[in-house]
Ligand binder design. Structure first.
Ligand code: NAD
Ligand code: WQD
Length: 338
């Protein structure tokens, strides 16, 4: 069997690191790149430790096109999984140009080099954020798209750019994956999410309260039209998400054409339900403080996961209890992150 090689941008990040493990374990040769703007060099040996296999790694910004071309010429790349980008909604409002430069210009730079080097298979990290405020749930891939902040707009812009690229040249095969809310960690406890500042997202915040780094969790909103008044989301285990990338790559290798799929579980979970599950998994109490709704938040969002199953033969396997247990093991073993 000829060796398959995949370039992973953002390889040392949260989702990238779990996906590298999954790719290595499934016979891919992995060439990772990252500029460490939101991750640590310590991640790479941990990926190799879990997989018991080596990977190549280059510290690189995706906007450095000459260094990128050089790497692509050295390695024989079959496909690219493109995670690199900035992901904080609140930071994107404060620093919009950083977000457009990294996420949009970075993707343009990457795509130009891929085009130049004749690489036409790409998996792109999009987000459920492109659905804006969904008019109905579960959200299907046909739902209308919109964005309410620069981060979301940067994802939509790249999606539109990819669609124009596919229209210009049918030899491209592009998988656009819209992630819902990734949580959890590898069950080894060696890799996981390690926010640099105060976590924006729910699960890492709960985990830092559980481990004693923060006194309490603020629950944003208690009067949403949901089961208990708190916001409802589709949390998905990061290892299930990583497996989704493997399935998308397999599809791109074996079928012409491009596609967009949701990666979610199809199940909605409220903030209070997530807290209860985390308390159960960790054996710790999470002190709560009721707070006003967070600006820009929506009441309910969860995926229709049907297309991913039909097209990719993929579905999420892990439930909320395992998401919390694995997230907690990572946080407990690494209270201050990497
Ligand atoms: P992350 O910040 O942990 O990983 C992103 C990685 O990209 C980091 O290691 C960072 O150092 C690197 N990076 C950023 N800009 C770069 C550049 N210009 N050149 C090289 N490396 C660069 O984030 P994540 O949670 O792993 O997210 C991965 C992708 O998935 C992102 O594109 C994000 O927008 C998208 N996404 C994330 C979520 C989520 O909630 N985590 C949800 C939907 C979509
Ligand atoms: C989940 C729920 C909050 C923190 C964001 C991005 C989205 C995507 C995933 C990248 C909501 C509540 C949260 C807290 C709380 N990222 N909450 N207290 O907002 O669904 O999505 O991350 O693409 O683009 O917008 O995720 O984890 O921030 O919030 O009560 O301290 O938890 O109000 O109901 P969200 P989240």
């Amino acid at each position: 069997m000829s060796e398959r090689s995949v370039l992973v941008t953002g390889a040392s990040g949260y989702i990238g690191s779990h996906t590298c493990v999954c790719l290595l374990q499934n016979g891919w040769r992995v060439i990772g790149i990252d500029n460490f703007s939101n991750s640590s060099p310590k991640v790479i040996p941990r990926i190799e430790q879990i997989a018991q296999l080596p990977m190549s790694f280059h510290r690189l910004d995706i906007r450095d096109t000459s260094a990128l071309s050089e790497i692509l010429r050295q390695e024989h790349i079959t496909a690219v999984v493109h995670f690199a980008g900035l992901k904080s909604v609140s930071e994107s409002v404060a620093k919009p140009l950083d977000y457009f430069d990294n996420n949009v210009c970075g993707s343009v730079a990457l795509l130009r080099v891929l085009q130049q080097e004749g690489i036409r298979k790409l998996v792109f990290s999009s987000s459920a954020t492109v659905y804006g405020e969904p008019t109905s749930v579960p959200v299907t891939e046909e739902a209308s798209t919109s964005a309410t902040n620069p981060y979301g707009r940067s994802k939509l812009m790249v999606e539109q750019m990819l669609s124009d690229l596919i229209n210009s040249d049918a030899t491209w095969r592009i998988a656009t994956l819209r992630y819902f809310n990734p949580v959890g960690a590898h069950e080894s406890g060696l890799i996981g999410e390690d926010p640099r500042d105060v976590p924006n997202n729910l699960m890492p915040f709960i985990a830092q309260v559980a481990v004693g780094r923060r006194p309490q969790l603020q629950v944003f909103g208690d009067d949403y039209p949901t089961v208990d008044g708190s916001g409802v989301r589709d949390y998905i285990h990061v290892v299930d998400l990583a497996r989704g990338h493997l399935a998308a790559l397999d599809r791109l290798l074996n079928h012409a054409g491009s596609f967009t799929v949701n990666l979610g579980t199809g199940r909605g979970v409220s903030v209070l339900q997530a807290v209860a599950a985390f308390e159960q998994a960790s054996g710790r109490t999470i002190p709560l403080q009721r707070a006003a709704r967070r600006s820009g938040d929506i009441a309910t969002c969860y995926a229709s996961a049907t297309r991913a199953t039909e097209l990719l033969g993929w579905q999420a396997e892990y439930g909320l209890d395992k998401m919390c247990a694995d997230h907690w093991r990572w946080q407990h073993n690494n209270p201050d992150g990497y």
